[in-house]
Design a protein around this ligand. Structure first.
Ligand code: F3S
Length: 396
């Protein structure tokens, strides 16, 4: 891979050991994936924050680093709400390790907003055609697909390397050639809001790491696109998708038509989407958890409206970014007065707090995939309305 004179100096260690190690990571990845050079990134989102996931080895690795990030950098959710962790049942020992991790990132100049939806709280982290180094799969999918920016799915160390160097290796989704659709998905039904998570769950399983282009009869909102991308990134490893007439379109290679003749075609019927709900309807759940990916303000509003001042009969958690929570105290009050809890900086998958529950009801195709494996909890899928009905004890 070509390195400029400056980059070579960093690679040799002329700017210190931390930057040398970080450049080594970027060059190793670039060599593996055939990158020609590095490219400047606009922002970085760093996974590898929850003590549950990275443990002492990860904490030691981060604590060892010196210097400061050179581009805006933000964190993925941690293993607990950084303030209300006791209310989640987190132990003192876990909390102290988690705070050490957060402090290690803070020392490196990383903004300590722990969220998988950085685009909901900062407008300037990603715009169309910006190169990024983001980690969390739903955030990467949203950045590539809805914003039209360019990011590979970075691991924690490579994201941190990009944050400290300000660059990433130019390969994968940074290049037009890898942003062409591989599948056309014809959805033969009008979709309700929660159906987008179910659709993503189905399509991710079908296309794996492909690039689906959807032809829909309905026009999804930004929150619905967020849910669609998150589910596909979990049941498959989709990092980029298109929705005809809604998201930015694929780049058209010079001299070729945008007819996508070579794409595989898949039709999705309403019954297939219904079956995703059907698999888990009617089973007892001990907790309802919403906010995967983290809720937007509009989603909090919808939850507050559905709760309508009634008391929940089951544990109910809502996950969001702290900045969103802080921006709407009246919504927080309306939701929490029902007995539900809003937790920030964390989520039901990366926190050990949910491991004590047997079965969790979610309205997220992504949580449906990840909870059994990563959280050790059975998951049931329902619409937002069904989830709230279950929390209120109106249905099983
Ligand atoms: Fe975000 Fe956690 Fe879901 S990181 S996408 S809320 S699994």
């Amino acid at each position: 891979m070509y390195l400029s004179r400056d980059e070579e100096a960093v690679y040799r260690g002329d700017r210190g050991e931390t930057l040398r190690r970080m450049m080594e990571i970027l060059v190793a990845l670039g060599d593996i994936y055939g990158a020609e050079r590095l490219v400047q990134v606009k922002s970085v989102q760093i996974a590898g924050v929850s003590y549950k996931n990275i443990g002492d080895a990860g904490l030691e690795w981060i604590s060892d680093l010196e210097g400061e990030v050179v581009v805006p950098s933000i964190l993925n959710p941690a293993g607990m709400d950084l303030y209300c962790w006791r209310d989640m049942g987190i132990s003192e020992q876990f909390a102290s390790k988690q705070q050490e991790i957060i402090e290690a990132y803070r020392r490196l100049g990383v903004t300590v907003d722990c969220t998988c939806t950085p685009y909901q709280i900062y407008d300037d982290l990603a715009q169309r055609d910006d190169h990024l180094a983001w980690s969390e799969s739903s955030a990467v999918s949203y950045a590539n697909s809805v914003i039209g920016a360019r990011s590979n799915r970075e691991g924690g160390p490579s994201a941190l390397a990009a944050a400290l160097i300000g660059k990433t290796a130019l390969y994968g989704y940074h290049l037009d050639i890898n942003r062409q659709p591989s599948h056309i998905i014809e959805v033969k039904a009008e979709l309700a809001s929660s159906d987008y998570g179910a659709l993503g769950f189905l399509v991710g399983r079908e296309v794996g790491d492909g690039v689906p282009l959807f032809r829909l009869r309905s026009t999804p909102s930004r929150d619905e696109l967020k849910a669609l991308g998150a589910a596909m990134a979990a049941s498959g490893s989709v990092a980029l998708y298109y929705v005809d007439g809604v998201t930015p379109g694929p780049p058209v290679p010079p001299g070729s038509a945008a007819d996508h003749d070579e794409c595989e075609r898949i039709g999705i019927e309403k019954e297939e989407i219904e079956a995703v709900y059907g698999e888990s309807r009617g089973a007892d759940v001990d907790i309802v958890a919403l906010g995967c990916p983290h809720c937007s303000r509009e989603e909090l509003e919808r939850i507050a409206d559905l709760l309508a001042g009634q008391r929940v009969q089951k544990e109910m958690w809502v996950c969001t970014a702290r900045k969103i929570r802080d921006s709407c105290p009246e919504l927080v009050e309306r939701i929490e007065s029902s007995g539900a809890r809003i937790f920030c900086d964390t989520c039901m998958v990366v926190s050990p707090a949910t491991e004590g529950f047997g079965r969790m009801m979610v309205n997220s195709g992504k949580a449906l995939v990840y909870l059994p494996g990563l959280g050790g909890v059975d998951a049931a899928f329902g619409s937002l309305e069904e989830c709230i009905d279950v929390a209120l004890g109106r249905r099983r």
